[in-house]
Design a binder for this molecule. Structure first.
Ligand code: FES
Length: 103
């Protein structure tokens, strides 16, 4: 069952082609804006738990700031190594609130 929680307001969300770290219900979230479209994924890189929200955007991917693994913001899949992946949280904007489903 879905569990939607507010992660930030629209005004606090990252601007186009920026990425930030956030936390909601004790869950670290990497919040990214790709050309105006927000997405949310697990903040912790599966390599050595680098903070993805401190990384940067390249194309449709967030790049881990520690060793540059790249994770697609829609699928969570790494470009390399191919089998690696982070969880992607469903996200929606409701009025002035940005919500993610942490279920
Ligand atoms: S910790 Fe992310 S690439 Fe190494």
């Amino acid at each position: 069952m879905a569990q939607w929680v507010k992660i930030c307001s629209v005004g606090e969300a990252p601007k186009p082609n920026q990425v930030v770290e956030a936390e909601v219900d004790g869950i670290g979230v990497c919040l990214a804006n790709i050309n105006g479209e927000l997405s949310a994924m697990d903040n912790w890189c599966p390599h050595r738990r680098g903070p993805l929200g401190q990384g940067w955007i390249e194309g449709e991917a967030v790049i881990c700031p520690w060793h540059s693994w790249a994770f697609n913001t829609k699928t969570g899949k790494a470009d390399y190594p191919e089998h690696e992946k982070v969880d992607v949280f469903p996200l929606r904007v409701e009025g002035e609130d940005v919500l993610i489903d942490v279920a």
